[in-house]
Design a protein around this ligand. Structure first.
Ligand SMILES: [Zn+2]
Ligand SMILES: [Zn+2]
Length: 335
């Protein structure tokens, strides 16, 4: 699909959504259904907006339009196809499938759809609806919904900020085996939010989270040792936890270690090691490390100066969201 078609589809979808707002008051009646092509809530045998017949679905794998439970061209099942679409990174593809699956009671789809309502993406912004969807998914025992609700109450997205409720949801998510929830519990103990400040307990939470697979927990544990929270600063121990976080795939830890070795701050300077960490962080999507690599190639820091390599890193940083890279790109292109 070209860019222009994409934009006109997006505009059409936004327009349709503004005509047919999905609000909490409009809980779908039994005889309404979600069009699988445009995501509109509608009645009758065919969608009045895009003309597609009720229950018709486009195969996520081969594009064939079908009515029966399996694709007549490639055999992909309807639910599998819908799930593939629902979790596609392209909102226009995902949204209709998400509405459909959420109405069917799929908790993962409910949580993903909640994010659309929170952000007002393709649907009017409706934080209450977002909370309702997550709560329903949570009540059905879907663990990630607990974490999502915890974050909503933590940040006050769509609900009144409520650290006590957030803490309850984080605890529930942790009990249900969501490693990231320990990071929030640890941070609450560290900051003394909703509980009395307790650095020891915070470190326990970070350790549990790290052990269950959240590398950012090792990062926070490292920071706790590096800054000496509730104890003497211990940079040697901090460094081992930073390394553990980096090994576990924390882009932030890789970026930070890169910076430490490049600058020789608290460790002996080692540009080779620094660049290696920056590359690892960049591969994990860390835009700051991409900027740093651009700069290293621009200035010949630990590598031979190489303007085209610098340009390539700045371009990657810009794509990853660093608008400050645009200035370097323009300069490099002018020289
Ligand atoms: Zn439609
Ligand atoms: Zn197919």
């Amino acid at each position: 699909m070209n860019r222009k078609t994409w934009i006109s589809l997006l505009l059409a979808a936004v327009f349709l959504c503004s005509l047919f707002p999905a609000s909490a008051e409009e809980i779908p009646a039994e005889d309404t259904w979600f069009c699988l092509l445009c995501g509109s809530e509608t009645g009758g045998d065919a969608c009045p907006f895009c003309g597609v017949i009720r229950e018709a679905w486009d195969c996520a794998s081969c594009g064939t339009r079908n009515l029966s439970d399996a694709c007549r061209s490639c055999g992909l099942g309807r639910t599998d196809s819908l799930r593939q679409r629902a979790f596609s990174p392209e909102p226009l593809r995902a949204y209709p499938a998400l509405r459909f699956l959420a109405k069917q009671g799929d908790p993962e789809a409910m949580c993903a759809l909640a994010d659309y309502y929170t952000r007002g993406l393709l649907a009017p912004q409706d934080p209450e609806q977002a909370v309702a969807l997550c709560t329903q998914a949570c009540d059905e025992g879907y663990a990630p919904a607990s974490l999502q609700l915890g974050k909503m109450y933590d940040a006050g997205t769509g609900v009144e900020k409520d650290p006590f409720r957030a803490m309850e949801y984080f605890q529930r998510a942790a009990d249900l085996g969501i490693p990231e929830a320990y990071w929030y519990l640890g941070s609450y103990y560290e900051e003394g939010i909703a509980v009395s400040r307790d650095y020891q307990k915070a470190r326990e939470m970070f350790t549990k989270g790290g052990e269950s697979g959240d590398p950012d927990c090792w990062m926070s544990l490292a920071y706790s040792y590096a800054s000496g929270k509730g104890m003497e600063r211990d940079f040697a121990t901090a460094l081992t936890w930073y390394e553990k976080a980096a090994e576990g795939g924390s882009a932030m830890a890789c970026d930070y270690l890169g910076w430490l070795y490049m600058t020789g701050d608290m460790v002996p300077a080692d540009t080779e090691k620094g660049l290696e960490y920056y590359r690892k962080a960049a591969a994990l999507g860390n835009a700051r490390s991409m900027m740093a690599l651009g700069y290293a190639y621009l200035k010949g820091q630990g590598v031979e100066a190489d303007p085209s390599a610098a340009l390539s890193w700045y371009e990657q940083a810009a794509i990853a969201g660093r608008t400050d890279a645009l200035h370097f790109i323009a300069e490099l292109k002018n020289n």
